[in-house]
Design a protein around this ligand. Structure first.
Ligand SMILES: CC(=O)N[C@H](C=O)[C@@H](O)[C@H](O)[C@H](O)COP(=O)(O)O
Length: 223
């Protein structure tokens, strides 16, 4: 198991392409991860088993793995089976849905986390949508708490940028686990603001690795 302190105050880059998109290719995402590491990413967050396998051999930094199945409800690594597949593909940390919603395999979050902890060296990141989720995920034994799903589960507003209020609230709760800011962090200043609000580390995806969206921002500004 790597020492989580290597991620303190650092940038984690999420490299994901969505179904049907031109960059959706495991080799392309592995190359994106390599490019992010050269730029200073301390870790990468990677979706899908093939992407994980190819990225594992391409970069040396810690890898947060997830497997999205669907796009509604509980879809981020929804079952223990999905999570174990992410472990098998080389994830150091497995990111799983960390909300209080029922999981499709009927396991509780605590049962899922403890089954994953039976795997040597594996850490679990709970992707949460609210402070109530984060508290429950800490109680369930998650090793890292992420704000990934804030604005996507109906419990928090979908802020334009990161949900800094939630980050500050979670930091004040002092859950005893690293707090990972994730979701709609679109500029270096916003990333810095997440650390200033109390986050331990910051995940940026779209603003670094999703050129179609970034292009749209520029195109819209010119329209
Ligand atoms: C809600 C959801 O499905 N989030 C996903 C989680 O892995 C990804 O689609 C996001 O890109 C990732 O969280 C990083 O966030 P952003 O791309 O906003 O920097």
């Amino acid at each position: 198991m790597f020492d989580l302190s290597v991620l303190a105050s650092r940038l984690i880059v999420s490299c994901q392409a969505y179904p049907g998109e031109p960059l959706r290719d495991p080799r392309t995402m592995a190359q994106m991860a390599q490019a992010a590491v050269i730029g200073g990413a301390a870790a990468v967050r990677i979706q899908g088993i093939q992407d994980l396998e190819q990225t594992r051999v391409a970069v040396d930094v810690p890898m947060i793995g997830l497997w999205k199945d669907g796009a509604d409800g509980v879809f981020i690594t929804p079952t223990l089976e999905h999570a174990l597949a992410c472990v098998g593909a080389g994830s150091d940390i497995v990111a799983i849905d960390g909300t209080r919603r029922p999981r499709p395999d009927g396991l509780t979050l605590a049962e899922t986390v403890s089954a994953l902890h039976e795997q040597p060296g594996v850490l679990v990141m709970a992707d949460c949508g609210s402070a109530a989720d984060a508290k429950a995920a800490a109680d369930a034994g998650a090793d890292l708490i992420g704000t990934t799903l804030a604005g996507y589960t109906g419990e928090r507003p979908k802020t334009d940028g990161p949900d800094l209020d939630l980050i500050a609230e979670l930091a004040a709760l002092d859950l005893g686990r690293p707090l990972i800011a994730e979701g709609r962090i679109h500029s270096p200043a916003q990333a810095r603001a997440c650390l200033d609000a109390g986050a331990f580390a910051v995940v940026v995806g779209t603003a670094i690795t999703h050129p179609t969206t970034i292009t749209g921002w520029f195109a819209d500004a010119l329209a």
